[in-house]
Write a protein that binds this ligand. Structure first.
Ligand code: GAL
Length: 685
């Protein structure tokens, strides 16, 4: 059972940094928050030097005053543990707590997240400040829950301090038992890398050409994830012990961390920080980037951890640091649009970042709801509107769940292995985006599923279609699970480079696609990376694809091995012209598909046509491509969210009378959604 935020209403909150402002302002701030229907604040997550101004001397008076005042104003409080920002006294006295670059150069005081998870001293000091903090505040009536640290693995997700190398060795001893087993797993016989003493083993260090043993590189990421979780556990255990009735979460989704495992083991639910403008400053290289709507892919991933979650930081103004990440300002309506983007995907608690823009420090351009001048502005007015709407619709929407029939599947091992391995890594992202975009444009809601060692058939069967594009690492156990999924009616899609690697990242001595060759009824008889002057072959799929459509990224040249396997599309150029490129094999009630390349939008489009896959609202609602559809439903009601990401009105057509929840109006026929506008149509199930 996935862990979700439990809430009876949609709730608005805001990140507040009382330490950034004169105390005289707090009261007015809290009064105005309540006017906007903000009922939660998150604070204290960077305030270690206030709570422990010098080693071992604790002073919890400052936030106690804030808590008292918050409580008087009816505000509930999420407290963040301050361990993302070790104070100067700490790192000065204990430099071994600092993180280091691959070269061993320490990252010094002056930013944040400059510590490592392995230093026993850092763990000791973190445990002590967290214990004292929880003891000081746990009985305060305003406190509802705890955020551990802040954005674990943000800013940097690799750790090379001395303590990390030592902890890695211990982790490897646990995993492999003997040096012989480690040597085997890492294939160290290659290039005389064999270790004869554990002390010779390190996390990656500078090497010629920066190339490293790929099996070490994969284990390094697994170790970082385990180490991050163990650091979070230290804090979670203390909070659970002392404050068993308050919830525990943490925010963010960053590299080298198995967030699914962390949530399952430590948290009550997962939280995420939503800044859709990141997708507009790095829009990607495809022709029609989804822009801020691409952020829905991240929210979809968050939902795969906690179906109902908290947005711990929701963008509420233009973002930017002094020296990087400058963003354009949200246009009128976009803060509201992005808030409903979060809600549509499952957020029941949305906390804005931040109440007021900081007047000093690195984030003087990361704008909050209020400007420096603290006078009324359009962002405050927009939040007031959202606050009013949450009050109106919040109890209906909270607790309902996003509905999807298609899942795109991924797993941590392949994502981590693919960071280094350019023979499969880049394909994953291309295929994922192609599927996600086409499903978005065709208004077919999709989930992301992360396949884990604990995944069960019951978790997969609700999806009639699963796309698992490039699982290079694949075990026979996984293949077995997927075979049962297909036998019981699932349609499963693979892409190039499936099933050729072992969990250690070795290439298996068996025909591709290894464990699923039988399921797909094919083998790969030849293959080529598509790169530089090696072109992508063209595809031939009569009636479905335009002549000249390329098979992008990689070309697996397929050979049919089973009489039931149908060739759906062929390569139409290159020396392998006429050979199978896309195959389908009916197995039990389902189908196993194999595509020899990275999925692209035209190919996904053709497949969806072939499957006859339609939007769940197709019978009664016509939607233009620029509108995102999402459906949240309870046992007896469905809420159809329509989000217009465009700066012009979008016209939709409803074939039946429906109630629009935000306005309370009954609508039918042609309906215009204003620029950046939102509709929530209520239907019975
Ligand atoms: C988040 C972080 C916040 C703030 C915000 C804007 O990643 O959690 O503390 O820094 O970004 O930069």
């Amino acid at each position: 059972m996935k862990k979700s935020l439990q809430s009876n209403e949609l709730t608005l909150g805001v990140c507040y940094y009382p330490e950034h402002w004169p105390e005289e302002l707090w009261e007015d701030d809290f009064r105005r928050m309540r006017e906007l229907n903000i009922s939660v604040i998150r604070m204290a997550e960077f305030a270690w030097s206030i709570m422990e101004p010098e080693e071992g001397r604790f002073d919890f008076g400052f936030f106690a005053r804030v808590l008292d005042l918050a409580d008087r104003h009816g505000l509930q409080v999420i407290l963040g543990t301050p361990t993302a920002t070790p104070p100067a006294w700490l790192t000065h006295k204990y430099p071994e707590t600092l993180n280091a670059s691959k070269e061993g150069v320490l990252y010094r005081h002056g930013m944040r997240r400059h510590y490592n998870y392995s230093s026993p001293k850092y763990r000791e000091l973190c445990a002590r400040v967290v214990r004292n903090m929880v003891l000081a505040y746990k009985d305060h009536p305003a406190v509802i829950g705890w955020q551990i640290d802040n954005e674990l693995n943000c800013e940097i997700n690799v750790f090379y301090a001395d303590a990390d190398h030592a902890a890695f060795r211990e982790w490897l001893k646990e995993r492999y038992g003997t040096l012989e087993a480690l040597n085997k797993a890492w294939g160290t016989v290659f290039w005389s890398q064999t270790f004869t003493d554990w002390e010779q083993v390190y996390l990656s260090r500078p090497t010629v050409n920066q190339s490293i043993n790929p099996h070490l590189a994969l284990d390094e990421k697994r170790f970082i994830s385990a180490n991050t979780i163990s650091f979070a556990k230290l804090q979670a255990d203390i909070i659970r012990e002392l404050a068993p009735n308050q919830w525990i979460t943490t925010n963010g989704m960053f590299g080298h961390l198995d967030n699914h495992e962390m949530t399952e083991r430590l948290l009550d639910f997962y939280s995420y920080d939503s800044y859709p403008q990141f997708s507009t400053i790095f829009p990607g290289q495809d022709e029609h980037p989804l822009m801020d709507r691409a952020w829905s892919m991240n929210l979809t991933n968050v939902r795969s951890i906690s179906p109902n979650f908290c947005i711990m930081e929701q963008q509420s103004g233009p973002g930017g640091w002094v020296d990087r990440i400058g963003m354009g300002t949200p246009r009128p309506g976009q803060i509201r649009l992005w808030t409903y983007q979060s809600v549509m995907h499952g957020a029941d608690l949305v906390v804005y970042f931040r109440w007021r823009t900081a007047t000093m420090g690195t984030e003087i351009y990361w704008h909050g709801i209020n400007d420096y001048h603290n006078q009324p502005n359009r962002r405050v007015a927009e939040v007031a509107q959202i606050g009013g709407e949450f009050a109106k619709i919040g109890t209906e929407i909270a607790g309902t769940a996003y509905q999807a029939d298609i899942a795109i599947m991924q797993d941590y091992d392949n994502n981590w292995d693919g960071e280094l391995d350019e023979w499969h890594g880049p394909l994953g992202w291309q295929s994922m985006l192609a599927w996600f975009k086409q499903l978005q444009y065709r208004h077919i809601p999709a989930d992301l599923v992360t396949l884990r060692p604990t995944s069960t058939l019951e978790e997969l069967l609700p999806y009639p279609i699963i796309v698992y594009p490039h699982p290079a690492i694949m075990t026979d156990e996984t293949a077995e699970l997927l075979t049962r999924y297909v036998e019981q009616g699932g349609k499963l899609f693979f892409g190039a480079r499936t099933g050729y690697k072992t969990p250690e990242g070795h290439c298996a001595m068996r025909p591709f696609p290894g464990p699923v060759a039988g399921l797909c009824g094919i083998t790969v008889e030849d293959f080529t990376l598509v790169k530089g002057t090696t072109p992508a072959a063209e595809l031939h799929w009569e009636g479905r694809l335009e002549a000249g459509t390329p098979a992008k990224g990689f070309n697996d040249i397929l050979k049919v091995e089973h009489p039931d396997t149908e060739v759906i599309a062929e390569y139409a150029s290159e020396y392998y012209r006429g050979k199978p490129a896309l195959t389908r094999r009916a197995v039990g009630g389902g189908e196993a598909w194999y595509y020899g390349a990275a999925y692209s939008e035209p190919v996904v489009d053709a497949i969806l046509d072939e499957l006859g896959q339609r939007s769940p609202v197709a019978d009664w609602l016509e939607l233009p491509a620029e509108v995102e559809l999402g459906i949240r439903a309870s046992a007896d009601a469905s809420y159809v969210f329509l989000l217009n990401y465009a700066g012009e009105p979008a016209v939709v057509r409803a074939g039946q009378t429906v109630k629009e929840l935000l306005s309370g109006e009954e609508l039918e026929g042609e309906i215009s959604i204003p620029p950046y506008g939102v509709l929530i149509l209520q239907t019975s199930r």
